[in-house]
Design a protein. Structure first.
Lengths: 358, 657
């Protein structure tokens, strides 16, 4: 409400200022426009006289200037048209009314008059957010030491412990949650994940047991299956791994981000751990690189294409050809400015820049 | 509530502008009463938009993320200066800045225009208000900076890190002051076309505005170029990027306008062409806004990528520019032609200048728009790169630079080319001598560099020919010469200094292009390398936290050939909020030359280091600053000021020497 009062007051002041500016003044004896023009010429004329008196121009020049001025003035007089009648009070008042109506109307359409300002320093939600995670954890742990059956406390604590890297404690906390409630597939997977993270890539039979339990518990959850499949692939148990990869893929709807990785995992597991896709890719890259290099050496190309060629040779491990392509691209693009990414790529792979010799 | 009051103030300002536009353009013959209402309205618009702008600044400064703009572009950890500059480091805020400058110029016309004929003032302020309505409406309805969030986020998304720089705090306001300043010339041109009256008083009014806008644009472009040079980390100072071209085209057209307005003011000639240039210059400013704001171009400048916005701006552009040219087509023939002159005369030289500049604008316009149009029509993506621009622009500028020194020496109306040439013999001789000397010392292979040097020296020294002539230097006692020089009108000094600035810029460009050396290598702390006689030692490497970023910092010691050393710190920063990296190059200045070091990407066990030696590069920007300074000097010449036209009468009849 206060906002609208202020807004209306501002509008009223503004309109008053416009009306004040347009108030009728005592009418001048001469109409504005021609007075302006005459005045302008009078000043120019006076200027010529001043210059003549000061000796800046000769009498001849002064005469010529005056003549030009006179012609200019006659022309201006001929062109001058009578000024139209001034606009009336009605026009002025309706203009002010237009201003008020448009301003208040558009603001009503676009504004959010009831939304308060929320500078960061005075916001309560931010203060809560800024509390240190470590502090919060130790506070909850202290409370759980008093009351170890507080399921809410363990539920909050478990993911926080995993987040700060205390995986074993996190797994333990998930275990307490499961003990205090019903085991769900999600909770079991979370606990297994924490155990696997704590084992740091070494695997964990306890985690495997939990994952199998989770997979049995929820036939529609791909997550425990993916973990199982990955772990089984790692331990070279390909037959079972392939089964879990397949069951996870069967559960997918097609848009999952993990799907390509799962398909590749399945292919690897079905082929007893040998990644044939990589060999296929290498063959394909080889063919592409060949056509690209032929074109670039024959016709030249953009610096991005050269970069692509050098990168391909490096990926294929063909350093002599990479060096050759790099030399050719430096010759084509001598300014370092053009070759930012290319130089980094080449130097990282241990190639030599011609410029090194300078 | 301050945000909402700011929002209301902006809307109220647009409403007043709407009233002014309708009143000014329909009732312009109503005389002084309307003029005082419009003047009052112009000042109110400025006050209200300033309030709106301050409201946004305040929201950014206090990190009020209930303002969507602040939530999307600010961060509570940013240093205060970048919180404030963040206001215009985005689409909505920069439009608000654009409008603020637009109404500021309108208010200045209202404040200083009391002596203008009432009908002219009515039309100018009416047109100016129409622009406020167009851009204000666009801002409010498609890009509202006052959009609010009922559930503000805890932290803002931060400003693009490369924009968190002092150069960016200054560059847009300068550039916008230049762009928007030309709106005044545009409004005057429209006023002249509608009223059918155009005279020397008109030119005397338009020229200071052109000069002022041109000064801002010159400084803005130079600042942007220097910013790109040190912040983008590649040591490039001009990329022929469409966005750079978008600011360069109005500058070229504005330079042409500056010179043609001179002819009109002094000789009452070239009226229609001056009007045409006024419209063109502002149209190019609008085109620049369109290119940058519509999302057509992808670059650091393009904050907006919403197609509706692009279409609306295109529509505004079509109506304003199309309308202006329609008016021009209908009314230009009604304007009276001005004074006559022979082909070889000061007027003729200025026309030649205008021809070259206009052609250069055309070439850049084609190079900038052709890929966009081709992409839109055929779907083929091509890129018109630096080689095209270097070749066409260079070829157009070379003859222009050749004639620059002649211009000021030619008298009005009719002139003697030979006489002017004789006075330039000294400058030409000096330029040839220095070019041969520098080329011999610099070791030039066969290239265009000596030609460029020759032009640069020629323009630089040729600029002084008129001073030498007028001061009768060498022909009368030195004391007497000094007295004469001190007594010369400032416009003569400003012409000489302005042209000299151009020469300096040319010299800088030629020098850097021809003699820049560079080195890309890998370096570990403790190792050294060499470039152009300088030794660079990589002292140590450290990670240093900044207020809102982490910096990988390399400390280097640079030893110059003369034994002097300087410390260089080059950084690669990673900003916390966005995770985006930036490169902070280390630059050491030796006289007018610079040594530029970029800490490149970290490799497994070493660092990529890129080093450039840029001889006399500072001349490029020094020249621009000298040009802008010459503009300021010209503005202080009281004969160009409004309200003091009496002394200009002498100029009308400048005696032939």
């Amino acid at each position: 409400m206060i906002f609208w009062l202020i807004a209306i007051a501002v509008t009223a002041i503004t309109c008053a200022a416009l009306l004040y500016a347009g108030r009728g003044r005592p009418v001048n004896a001469s109409p504005g426009e021609s007075a302006d023009t005459t005045n302008h010429f009078r000043q120019l004329l006076a200027g010529i006289d001043t210059d003549l008196a000061a000796g800046k121009i000769s009498a001849d020049e002064a005469l010529g200037a005056k003549g030009e001025l006179a012609r200019e003035m006659i022309r201006a007089k001929a062109e001058a048209k009578p000024a139209a009648a001034g606009f009336g009070r009605t026009a002025l008042v309706s203009g002010a009314a237009l201003v008020a109506a448009v301003a208040l109307g558009v603001y009503a359409l676009l504004g959010s008059p009831n939304l308060p300002a929320q500078p960061l320093a005075s916001r309560a939600d931010v203060a809560a957010q800024n509390m240190d995670l470590g502090d919060a954890i130790s506070r909850i742990e202290a409370r759980l030491a008093q009351d170890p059956n507080d399921i809410r406390g363990w539920t909050v604590l478990a993911p926080a412990l995993v987040q700060i890297g205390r995986f074993a404690d996190g797994a333990n906390a998930y275990g307490r949650v499961i003990a205090l409630s019903q085991p769900t597939a999600q909770l079991l997977t979370d606990q297994a994940e924490a155990l696997l993270l704590a084992a740091d890539g070494a695997g964990s039979s306890e985690a495997m047991a939990l994952l199998r339990q989770a997979a049995d518990l929820d036939a529609a959850d791909p997550q425990p299956r993916l973990y199982l499949a990955a772990e089984l692939t790692r331990t070279a148990d390909y037959a079972e791994a392939a089964r879990y990869w397949q069951s996870a893929i069967d559960l997918a709807t097609g848009a999952e981000p993990w799907l390509p990785a799962a398909r590749q995992g399945l292919a690897v597991a079905q082929n007893d751990g040998v990644d044939t896709t990589a060999a296929d890719q290498a063959k394909m890259i080889g063919g592409m690189v060949k056509s690209l290099s032929t074109r670039l050496y024959d016709e030249g190309g953009t610096v991005e294409e050269w970069t692509q060629l050098v990168r391909s040779y490096i990926v294929l491990g063909d350093l002599p050809n990479a060096q050759k392509a790099y030399d050719a691209s430096v010759a084509a693009y001598p300014a370092a400015f053009d070759r930012g990414e290319l130089d980094t790529l080449a130097l990282r792979a241990g190639l030599k820049l011609n410029g090194d010799a300078q | 509530m301050s945000i909402e009051l700011g929002h209301f103030a902006l809307i109220l300002a647009c409403a007043i502008a709407l009233m002014s536009a309708i009143g000014g353009l329909t009732l312009w013959r109503s005389g002084e009463r309307l003029a005082s209402v419009l003047a009052q309205s112009a000042i109110l618009q400025f006050v209200l938009v300033a309030v709106a702008f301050l409201a946004v600044v305040q929201a950014f400064a206090t990190s009020d993320f209930s303002l969507a703009l602040a939530a999307n572009n600010s961060h509570s950890l940013k240093p205060m200066i970048f919180k404030i500059s963040g206001v215009w480091g985005n689409h909505e805020g920069s439009l608000l800045l654009w409008i603020l400058i637009l109404v500021l110029f309108g208010a200045l016309v209202a404040a200083f225009g009391r002596r203008l004929p009432a009908d002219l003032l009515n039309l100018v302020l009416g047109t100016q208000s129409l622009l406020v309505v167009a851009f204000g409406g666009f801002t409010l309805f498609t890009s509202n900076p006052f959009a609010r969030l009922a559930q503000p986020p805890i932290e803002g998304a931060d400003l693009n890190p490369i924009l968190q720089d002092i150069g960016l705090a200054i560059h847009p306001p300068l550039l916008y002051a230049g762009y928007v300043g030309f709106s005044i010339c545009f409004s005057f041109a429209i006023a002249a076309l509608i009223s059918g009256r155009i005279d020397q008083a008109w030119a005397r009014w338009v020229r200071p505005w052109t000069m002022l806008s041109w000064i801002f644009l010159t400084l803005g472009i130079a600042m942007g170029s220097y910013w790109a040079y040190y912040e983008l980390g590649w040591g490039g100072w001009w990329f022929w990027d469409p966005v750079e071209n978008a600011s360069f085209m109005p500058w070229l057209a504005g330079t042409a306008l500056l010179h043609s307005a001179l002819v009109m003011e002094k000789r009452n000639a070239l009226k229609i062409w001056t009007i045409f240039l006024s419209i063109i210059t502002f149209s190019l400013s609008l085109l620049g806004t369109f290119l940058v704001r519509s999302g057509i171009l992808t670059s650091v400048h393009t904050f907006a990528s919403d197609p509706t916005r692009g279409l609306v701006i295109l529509a505004i552009l079509a109506v304003l520019i199309g309308g202006a040219f329609l008016l021009f087509a209908l009314r230009a023939s009604a304007l009276r032609q001005g004074g006559l002159f022979a082909p070889i005369s000061r007027e003729g030289a200025l026309i030649l200048n205008n021809l070259f500049l206009a052609t250069a604008v055309g070439a850049i316009l084609v190079g900038t728009l052709y890929p966009l149009i081709l992409d839109a029509l055929v779907g083929t993506t091509i890129s018109v790169g630096a080689p095209f621009f270097d070749l066409t622009f260079g070829a157009l500028m070379a003859p222009l630079l050749l004639i620059v020194p002649f211009g000021p020496l030619l008298p009005w109306k009719r002139a003697d080319m030979l006489a002017a040439g004789q006075r330039l013999v000294g400058a030409a001789g000096l330029a040839v001598f220095l070019t041969i000397l520098v080329s011999a010392l610099g070791g030039v292979s066969i290239s265009l560099a000596p030609l460029g040097l020759l032009l640069g020296f020629w323009v630089t020294f040729g600029a002084f020919a008129e001073l030498i002539e007028r001061g009768r230097i060498g022909r009368i006692p030195a004391r007497e010469s000094l007295r004469r020089l001190a007594g010369l009108p400032r416009s003569i000094w400003s012409t000489a200094i302005g042209h000299m600035g151009l020469g300096l810029t040319v010299l800088g460009i030629v020098s850097v292009t021809a003699w820049e050396t560079e080195l890309v290598t890998t370096l570990n702390p403790g190792e050294t390398t060499e470039l152009a006689g300088y030794t660079v030692a990589f002292d140590d490497f450290a990670q240093i936290p900044g207020p809102n970023y982490m910096a990988d910092t390399g400390h280097f010691t640079l030893t110059a050939p003369d034994g002097g050393t300087s410390k260089l710190d080059a950084e690669r920063r990673t900003y916390v909020a966005s995770g985006m990296p930036t490169t902070e190059a280390a630059i050491a200045t030796f006289g007018l030359s610079q040594f530029y070091l970029q800490l490149g990407e970290p490799l497994d066990n070493t660092h990529v280091i890129r080093i450039w030696h840029k001889p006399y590069i500072l001349l490029i920007w020094l020249g621009a600053i000298v040009m802008a300074g010459a503009g300021v000097l010209s503005l202080t010449d009281r004969r160009l000021r409004v309200g003091a036209p009496q002394r200009a009468a002498r100029q009308t009849m400048e005696p032939a020497e």
